[in-house]
Design a protein around this ligand. Structure first.
Ligand SMILES: [Ca+2]
Length: 424
């Protein structure tokens, strides 16, 4: 599932290199006595909590929490399997997800319109976040949030730093406060390894500050209520960064030949927020907006934009607006932002990027991945399940089949290699 492979919503980025102490903590499962001592230590620091939390309340509730090694394993495997932009976007914005999202837009038009009017965030963006975070569903993780939050706080300790600087500790305290105040039903309180929960994947500390009641029943329930999840997402996008309704997230562009050198060679992502300036100035310098990519939502105006080239040149090039940064505050990942933006664009009737990715082997839709997985099962790879997710077991089977077919070694297939692999 996507949310297990990536930082979930509203999680602030981890440092690229973990401090030495934290790194040693994730190398081995934490012994039970060390976890218990850690929880006790957290109890002794509740005075530093961003919002009031009594030591005895923390201990009473946290004593039900357990160390969950899936958290540590997820922290370790994050960079194990390199993934390509064209694979991720092919799966996350495939026809199936567009169709399902359009169905939601149609079935809940009135509610989504109300939310759009209240927060000024387009309904397509809200539904796209829903689609990317949890594939439009409540099945948003399987780890008890209390366990995930306590385990994270113990694997990523903060020492004596002030509470405001200690995200993992504050997340554990927020989790306990939500349970103390019965703001979430304990039996449904499950989520990702990063302690994100609900239909649009909020972490407890963000939930406390940002989640709102969308359906007007007086209760905030982002697990059961779609409208509460959508309103909370829209509120996040409006309050953290400020959504500019008249602006798209991105404009696909052609970079003028005399300015291409700074974006080559390919394979290096380039994002230049410091170069933000009005679109008209880029156009004056020869940058050309590719008309077919123009999102329907683009209105008149001259937004400040800056270059973003996911894989350098050759490859798709964009000028992105402040709305790009606002989505990035929801989930600190350039790829996540473009997944949401492209899906939203397709939901609104727009098309895929005009410029091809620099590959002769484009990515697969989830339907194609499922067909591949069914074929792998027939070939005897019983461990593979046909779930449309290119996980480790599927990649193991691909590697074995590629070897059997005499194809170059690898753990991936795209459109071209799929045909080569599956030909009789
Ligand atoms: Ca509600």
């Amino acid at each position: 599932m996507r949310f297990l492979r990536r930082l979930a919503a509203a999680v602030i980025a981890l440092p690229a290199v973990l401090p030495a102490l934290a790194q040693s903590l994730v190398e081995q499962p934490m012994p039970p006595e060390q976890f218990a001592a850690c929880v006790q230590g957290l109890a002794e620091q509740t005075a530093t909590a961003g919002r009031p939390l009594r030591r005895e309340d923390f201990l009473r509730i946290a004593s039900a929490g357990r160390y969950d090694d899936r958290v540590r394993q997820s922290m370790l495997v994050r960079s194990d399997e390199p993934t390509f932009w064209w694979d991720e976007l092919a799966a996350t914005t495939d026809a199936e997800r567009v169709l399902q999202g359009r169905g939601i837009l149609e079935a809940h038009a009135a509610a989504l319109q109300r939310i759009e009017a209240r927060f000024g965030v387009p309904r397509e963006i809200v539904v796209a976040v829903y689609g990317i975070e949890t594939n439009y569903g409540p099945a948003a993780g399987r780890i008890p949030v209390l366990d995930a939050a306590l385990t994270l706080a113990c694997l990523r300790p903060c020492g004596d730093t002030a509470s405001s600087a200690c995200l993992s500790r504050e997340r554990a305290y927020a989790t306990v406060r939500l349970l103390r105040d019965a703001r979430v039903p304990a039996e449904n309180f499950v989520g990702s390894w990063a302690a994100a929960f609900g239909r649009t994947q909020f972490v407890p500390d963000t939930f406390e500050m940002i989640a709102v009641d969308g359906d007007g029943d007086g209760v905030i329930d982002i697990i059961q209520s779609e409208q509460d999840a959508w309103a909370s997402t829209a509120n996040h996008l409006q309050r953290r960064g400020g959504w500019r309704p008249e602006q798209p997230v991105y404009l696909e562009v052609a970079v003028p030949p005399d300015q291409q050198a700074q974006f080559a060679p390919s394979d290096t992502s380039v994002r230049l927020p410091a170069q933000a300036k009005p679109l008209s100035q880029w156009v004056a310098q020869g940058w050309r907006v590719l008309a077919a990519s123009r999102p329907p939502a683009l209105a008149a105006g001259d937004p400040e934009v800056y270059p973003f080239l996911p894989v350098g040149l050759p490859g798709p090039a964009f000028l992105v607006t402040r709305n790009f940064d606002t989505i990035r505050r929801y989930n600190f990942s350039d790829r996540y932002v473009m997944e949401v933006a492209l899906l939203a664009n397709k939901l609104a009737g727009g098309t895929d990027f005009v410029t091809p990715w620099p590959t002769d082997d484009p990515g697969l839709s989830r339907a194609e991945v499922r067909a591949l997985q069914a074929w792998l099962q027939q070939r005897g790879h019983a461990q593979v399940s046909a779930d449309g997710v290119m996980g480790r077991l599927t990649r193991d089977a691909i590697a074995a089949e590629r070897a059997a077919r005499g194809l170059p070694a690898g753990r991936r297939v795209g459109q071209r290699t799929l045909r080569e692999l599956m030909q009789p």
